[in-house]
Design a protein. Structure first.
Length: 420
């Protein structure tokens, strides 16, 4: 069976790699992919927001299953676009993708079904917001509604910071803002919790912890993720049950009541405090770099999982994992998450010995005449699996040293809470 994967990050390289191991796989097309996917699939350069163009590629290459990596095409309705065709598309439809596309939509579901989350208020203009902020306790969290690539969240230590955030949002920093969400600051430790569902059956898809801040010690600006480890140190049977019963199931039930069926991966970003889960946000896709960290532990056939999810027979597929520890480190271009240079040559990739437990997934890379160049802020992901996190991190760092890319930087302390 020929398969297409939409996206160009480390997440999509990891999905491509996993699918390439399936016995039933035919050709894999990455749209547009990166220099890493090019080694195991065919890359096709196309704007992923152009659904008509994607449809042409799908037809021309006999693609039967399309897997959507990033949130934007999902929120824009790519699943609905292919609805009345014979192409299977893995991911939630436009209505279901509001869980990520609109923080206010999600908060309203939380409110109605008593899902544990930060207390919140919704405000329509600067004046209302500031009146509320005058009387609030600090720190307080302010969020722009809508997709903002992880940048629409402000954690404010005092009123001055909060006023600045409100001004930025209503002055158009994230597009035409009609609403802001002001919410209680949750204290605790973050965890990424994943499930896959076909609309009826729910299967857990592992846990991870992601380091979002750019500098060691979890300092500096927020990024897309500098590294992750799986499983999360926080997960246990009791907590897992609470997450499913108090958060995941009521959400899917709430959607059903709106006549929305959720299919695909669902990623709950959680704050855990005293073994109690609180929902921070939903994402309607796998995490990045969590996906790269989790998938190498999968022992089942990923193509079977996607197909049974699309067909509504997920229950028949057993999803099994090895019980090792996985850790990923993201090698970034100097300057990220602010300005960074592009088109920098990356040498030595062939010197890195890769196997099922030592992997290098590409993200912001491109191949030009046999040369590999960086084109993004997050460039490569070094993922290692071992019996313990310490060994996994040691091997990932050894590989980064072998690459010896002097235009890059990375955090040496990924997983410090489970290692040091
Ligand atoms: P989000 O885009 O909603 O995931 O927010 C980005 C990051 O901001 C999260 O990963 C948390 O680290 C932090 N954050 C968001 N909401 C809250 C909250 N209510 N309390 C504490 N931290 C938060
Ligand atoms: N690692 C965070 C995200 O994928 O949103």
């Amino acid at each position: 069976m020929n398969v297409g994967i939409i996206g160009s990050g480390g997440r999509e390289h990891a999905i491509t790699f996993s699918l390439s191991k399936s016995k039933k796989i035919g050709k894999i097309f990455c749209i547009p992919g990166n220099a890493g996917t090019e080694n195991i699939a065919k890359n096709i350069k196309v704007n992923i927001n152009d659904f008509k163009k994607i449809e042409e590629i799908v037809k021309k290459n006999n693609i039967e299953l399309l897997i959507i990596g990033p949130e934007k095409p999902l929120v824009d309705g790519i699943v609905d676009f292919f609805q009345n065709t014979n192409i299977k598309v893995f991911g939630p439809n436009k209505a279901a993708s509001q869980l990520e596309g609109s923080k206010i939509f999600t908060k309203k579901i939380c409110e109605k079904y008593k899902i544990p989350t930060a207390k919140f208020g919704i405000f329509q203009n600067i004046k209302e917001s500031k009146n509320y902020l005058e009387k609030s306790n600090y720190p307080i969290v302010i969020k722009a509604d809508g997709l903002a690539s992880g940048k629409g969240v402000y954690i404010n230590r005092n009123k001055d910071e909060a006023f600045k955030a409100i001004n930025e949002i209503f002055n158009g920093k994230f597009g035409d803002a009609k609403n802001v969400l002001i919410e209680e600051f949750l204290d605790g430790e973050e965890m990424s919790f994943f499930i896959i569902t076909d609309g009826n059956h729910i299967e857990n898809f592992e846990t991870a912890q992601d380091h979002k801040r750019v500098y060691e010690g979890d300092k500096g600006k927020n990024t897309g993720g500098m590294g992750a480890y799986s499983p999360s140190r926080l997960i246990n049977e009791k907590l897992e049950k609470k997450i499913i019963e108090k958060i995941i199931k009521p959400t899917l039930f709430g959607l059903k009541n709106l006549e929305i069926t959720y299919k695909g991966f669902l990623y709950a970003g959680l704050m855990i405090k005293n073994n109690e889960p609180y929902l921070i946000e939903y994402n309607v896709r796998m995490g990045d770099p969590e996906c790269q960290t989790i998938l190498p532990k999968l022992e089942s056939d990923l193509l079977d999982i996607f197909l049974t999810c699309c067909d509504g027979s997920l229950k028949e597929t057993k999803i099994s994992w090895n019980n090792k520890k996985s850790l990923s480190i993201v090698l970034c271009s100097k300057g990220y998450p602010d300005e960074y240079k592009k088109n920098i040559l990356i040498k030595n990739l062939e010197k890195i010995k890769q196997d099922q437990e030592n992997l290098c997934f590409h993200a912001g890379t491109i191949k030009e005449l046999d040369k590999i160049m960086s084109i993004g802020g997050r460039v490569l992901n070094f993922v290692c699996i071992a019996d313990n996190f310490n060994e996994a991190r040691k091997r990932a760092i050894d590989n980064i040293n072998i690459l010896n890319w002097d235009k890059g930087f990375y955090r040496k302390d990924i997983g410090y809470k489970v290692i040091d």
